[in-house]
Design a protein around this ligand. Sequence first.
Ligand code: F6P
Length: 319
Amino acid sequence: MKKIAVLTSGGDAPGMNAAIRSVVRKSIFEGFEVYGVFQGYQGLINDNIKQLELGDVGDIIQRGGTKLYSARCPEFKTPEVRQKGIENLKKRGIDSLVVIGGDGSYRGAQRLNEEGINTIGVPGTIDNDINGTDYTIGFDTALNTIIDAVDRIRDTATSHERTFIIEVMGRDAGDLALWAGVAGGAETILIPESKTDIKAVAERIEAGMSRGKKHSIIIVAEGVMSAAECGDELRKYINVDTRESVLGHMQRGGKPTGSDRVLASRLGAYAVDLLKDNISGYAVGLEKNEMSKTSFDEVFQKEHVINEKLYQLSKELSI
Ligand code: F6P
C-alpha cells in the first residue's frame, strides 16, 4: 500500500490547514495510508510523525495556522541531517512526501526528492512569491487582512488629515503591497521590484496637498525599507507629519478566505494525484485557473516578477 506523509514548513499561511485536510482525505480516498509530520523538517528529523485518519483533519478547514505546526530548520541543508529524516520515513514504509510551504521549504523538498523520497511541493506562503503558480495559499487571506487594516487607518488619516505609512510583509516580494495598495486606494505603493524614488514620492504628496488633498496613504513593502525609515526619508524633502503602522504577524493569522480554502483543497488533492502516478520533483500550482506542475529546478531558475500591468495601473489610478 502506498504511504504518503505531509508536512508544513516555514512561515505559516492561512489555508495550510485546508491543504493538509485535502492531502489527508484525498490519500485515504485513494486507499493510501497518510502520515502527518509535526513541526516541519524539524519534526522529520526528530521522528515526530503520526498516522492520520479522516477525523484528524475534521473541523480544520476554517482555521488559520497549521495543525501540523511549522518551523524554520536551517540544519536541514546538511545531507547527514536530511538522511536522518529520510530514515524516519523509510522505517515506516513511507516513500512519498507533500511539503506545504514557501521557497525555502521547496529547496529541502528538492533535495529529498533527489535522495529517494518522492516529493511534491504545495505553495503555502502569504508572500505570493513562488514561480509556477499565479497565487500561493494564504495570499488572498493576508491581502484581505491588510485591506481591512488600511480601510481602518484611512478613517483616522482622513479625520486628522495625516499621511500614514503602512509597512506590509512579503519578504523580498511586493505582491502584498501592490495588491493591497490597489484595493485600498493607496496614493503611493513602494515595492522592491521597482526602484524607490523618495524625492518623487515627496513631490507627489506636495502636489496633492497643493490641490487641497490633506491625507495620504503610503504602503511600503518590508523588502523596500521599514515604515520608520520611509518617514525619515520623506522628511528630508518635505515637512510632513507622518504616522507609521507596521502590520506585522497579524497578516499571517486569521481564518482563510473562500479563495484560499478552494485553492488549498485543489492543490493538496492534485499533489496526491501526481504521487499516485509516481510523478515527483514538482511543485503544484494554479495557472490560468488550471492545475499545473513545475519542476523544482524551473521554480528556482526564474526570478519572481511582479504584475507590471497592475503596477502601472496603480500609478494611473493614484494620480
Ligand atoms: O514568508 C512569510 C513571512 O511572513 C514574510 O512575509 C516575512 O518576511 C517572514 O515570513 C517573517 O518570518 P518570521 O515569522 O520567521 O519572523
